[in-house]
Design a protein. Structure first.
Length: 304
């Protein structure tokens, strides 16, 4: 039972809820745009998305094991699951599980493409997501050390997931889902910075060159604040271009959380170990709350 619990901890299943919300955001936008609900595409799409996300959790712990071992400041949200560093399970189990989950993604992608027939972009969208997820930490690309890891993951999680949900339902891509994901991508980028602040010293020691390591905590905090503001300052323009006002209003209602985060970062929470957990938690909560209120707004507008 202890090994089973360690295996579950290694996969960090709590984070999988975010993939469900972001997928359903895309589904709700498609339904609002007039696409009928395709249950088969919904279920197989969620299998592919969840398997890819879950694969990333096991994959990251395996390939980041050396960096996690030297990390002396792990939090609830960063520094890995600590299962492998504490030697609760052999590292090869993480790699084997990641590979099995990648196979599940590929099987679900084939089913969507060939059986459900969701469209010609199904294969490239899901395989691109799998590629970015695997090589975020895996060699030879190790995107997290390239300076583009945060951007690629923000695009993958905050962008590709809702876009995939939209495409699997509608069989097309159009402007509206791209408008809806702008705030989500900005907040996903902020979340990634927030969880990287505690790892700056350990990552820098081992040569894991995340954006926070490259910029330093102070400049990374400035970028964090800028992206937080962009998530909300972009809303008027997005409405002008075509985002429904109700969606923008629902997103704006979460701005008090953003103001609190801006205030805490200005007070130095990004460099205060006692505040790292809270800063990361609220950043994560803001991201998924934004995706949730957007999804509910589109569902309401569509009369779901």
């Amino acid at each position: 039972m202890r090994r089973l619990y360690a295996f579950i901890r290694l996969g960090r299943p709590l984070f999988l809820v975010g993939g469900v919300i972001l997928h359903l955001l895309g589904v709700a936008i498609a339904f609002y745009s007039g696409a009928p609900l395709n249950i088969a595409a919904l279920l197989w799409g969620q299998i592919a998305i969840t398997a890819t996300q879950w694969m990333t959790h096991y994959c990251n712990d395996y390939f980041d094991l050396e960096a996690d071992r030297v990390n002396q400041t792990p939090t609830n949200w960063s520094g890995g699951s600590r299962v492998l560093t504490q030697e609760l399970l052999p590292a090869r189990i993480a790699l084997f599980t990641a590979l099995m989950l990648a196979c599940i993604t590929i099987i679900a992608t084939v089913v969507l493409s060939v059986v459900v027939q969701t469209g010609v972009l199904t294969l490239p969208l899901l395989l691109l997501a799998l590629f970015l997820a695997w090589f975020y930490s895996a060699p030879p690309l190790r995107l997290h050390s390239s300076g583009f890891g945060e951007l690629s993951t923000a695009v993958l999680v905050g962008g590709l997931t809702p876009l995939t949900g939209f495409y699997l339902q509608s069989g097309r891509l159009e402007l509206l889902p791209f408008l809806a994901i702008v705030p989500v991508i900005c907040l996903q980028f902020c979340m990634l910075l927030a969880v990287s602040f505690p790892d700056v010293l350990g990552d820098g020691t081992i040569g894991k060159r995340t954006l926070a390591v490259r910029l330093g905590s102070a400049r990374a905090a400035q970028l964090y604040s800028f992206m937080l503001l962009m998530a909300y300052l972009s809303l008027p323009l997005l409405v002008i271009v075509g985002l429904p006002p109700l969606v923008a209003l629902a997103t704006a209602l979460l701005s008090p959380l953003t103001l609190w985060l801006l205030w805490r970062v200005r007070r130095g929470d990004h460099s205060n170990p006692a505040r790292w957990n809270q800063l990361a938690f609220v950043s994560i909560a803001l991201l998924f709350s934004t995706a949730l209120v957007e999804m509910l707004s589109f569902a309401l507008l569509a009369g779901m």
